[in-house]
Design a protein around this ligand. Structure first.
Ligand SMILES: [Zn+2]
Length: 168
């Protein structure tokens, strides 16, 4: 790779490139924070439709558009406009389908992990309750043993006294 190619990759995009393919969509898009593409984009020719604000740089997450850059309303939900301007072109169909399948798997594993976490919390609660009961039963058994031992000793002492009296 030549030095000029590296420097052009690292330099910020020209003003006319900031809107990329510029496909406007009138629905909101999920995104995740991405340090490589964030902040506001004042060079965009677009402003969000509801607030007329400078759009924010976002990276889509979820479904076929995962990792696709877009400009969106800079406000967070629930104030966010249902609007996005795609900077990157849509992915090839096969790539989009692969991302959709991948996200389906991720979502299922999240749901399963959530259920397992809930089950683990419930089991921990049951375990605490059983431990409490076990401790109580041990206490009762200890008292019972002591009581039985004292009765036995008393009985033994009485029997020995009776035997001694009969021997005289
Ligand atoms: Zn807005």
């Amino acid at each position: 790779m030549s030095t000029s190619a590296i420097s052009s990759e690292n330099s910020p995009p020209a003003a006319e490139q900031v809107d990329g393919v510029g496909i406007v969509q009138h629905s909101s898009e999920f995104y995740l924070a991405d340090s490589t593409y964030c902040g506001l984009e004042p060079r965009s020719k677009h402003r969000c439709p509801r607030h007329q604000l400078i759009p924010a740089c976002r990276v889509a997450w979820g479904g076929a558009s995962t990792e696709r850059r877009f400009l969106g309303c800079p406000l967070d939900l629930p104030d966010e406009c249902e609007w996005a301007v795609w900077v990157d072109p849509p992915p090839p169909e096969r790539v989009g389908l692969a991302f959709e399948e991948l996200h389906e798997v991720i979502e299922h594993s999240w749901i399963r992990s959530h259920h397992l976490e809930k089950r683990s919390i419930d089991l921990a609660k049951k375990n605490r309750a059983l431990n409490k009961e076990l401790k109580k039963m041990k206490e009762i058994m200890c008292i019972g043993t002591m009581l039985f031992a004292s009765i036995f000793i008393c009985f033994l002492a009485i029997s020995m006294a009776v035997c001694a009296q009969n021997a005289h």
